[in-house]
Design a protein around this ligand. Structure first.
Ligand code: FPP
Length: 240
């Protein structure tokens, strides 16, 4: 697909799994894994443009994650708040446009406003579109879009726009979907947008993920033969 950043740039999406296991295996509280996970976000996002990735979508907090213990949820929300406050300048400096995708009405006070401010401050970013999913559910987005359908009139394109719009997102097809942490499932992430995504699973725990892992995923992706249900192969050009 064509990304908003530059023609031919790819859309990669990552389920950042393994923070808790990384931390507990070191005798640390789970939140320490999430904290290290923020550093992995920075490393990974900054590696994207040179690897030919123009849009990066990260799954930071699912609608089902509210079920976690209150101290973990509170810790994650504090991390999000400080990320929005402290990272905006760096994002703007590195040409990164930030969007936060997901529901905003259940977030703690002040965070929706911080999201609007961070998005406005980075809107000129052209090297990378970084989309962070918070309180996100692909199923809820699809149900909400279906409820708004009038007379059943929809195309894949128009319905895709509605699905994305339900979560404050834009309709962007996923090219490569990566999951870290050794599990192999989609966990209600971008179910509509990832219809033809190539899947890459790695045992690397998210806090340790970085440029080399992303490059390895891109090498794997470059070897795939994408046919989109047809017979014609469309191999993807990937940056060297
Ligand atoms: C899944 O790993 C990870 C999460 C639910 C949270 C991801 C959050 C971050 C990387 C940092 C916060 C993000 C921002 C933008 C500030 P898990 O904890 O379920 O791992 P486990 O399977 O090992 O328990």
């Amino acid at each position: 697909m064509q990304s908003e950043a530059e023609p031919h740039a790819l859309h990669a999406a990552i389920i950042m799994d393994g923070n808790g296991r990384w931390a507990t295996s070191r005798g640390l509280p789970r939140i320490a894994g999430h904290r290290r996970g923020v550093e992995a976000i920075r490393r990974t996002a900054e590696a994207c443009p040179d690897l030919g990735i123009g849009t990066l979508t990260l799954y930071a907090f699912s609608a089902d994650n509210w079920q976690r213990p209150a101290d973990e949820v509170g810790g994650l929300m504090r991390l999000l708040r400080s990320y929005l406050r402290n990272e905006t300048q760096r994002l703007a400096r590195t040409g990164t446009r930030l969007s936060v995708v997901g529901r905003r009405d259940r977030l703690p006070a002040g965070i929706p406003e911080a999201i609007v401010a961070a998005e406005a401050a980075t809107v000129e970013g052209r090297r990378l579109h970084l989309r962070i999913c918070v309180d996100y559910s692909a199923r809820d987005a699809i149900i909400a879009a279906a409820r708004r359908l009038e007379g059943g009139e929809a195309t894949r394109e128009s319905f895709g726009q509605m699905v994305a719009g339900e979560m404050h997102g834009s309709p962007v097809e996923v090219d490569l979907l990566i999951r870290t942490g050794g599990e192999k499932r989609l966990s209600d992430f971008l179910l509509w947008e990832a219809a033809y995504a190539e899947l890459h699973f790695t045992d690397r725990m998210w806090p340790e993920f970085g440029e080399e892992d992303l490059a390895a995923a891109m090498t794997d992706f470059a070897a795939r033969d994408r046919r989109f249900g047809g017979l014609k192969s469309s191999r993807v050009m990937v940056a060297a």
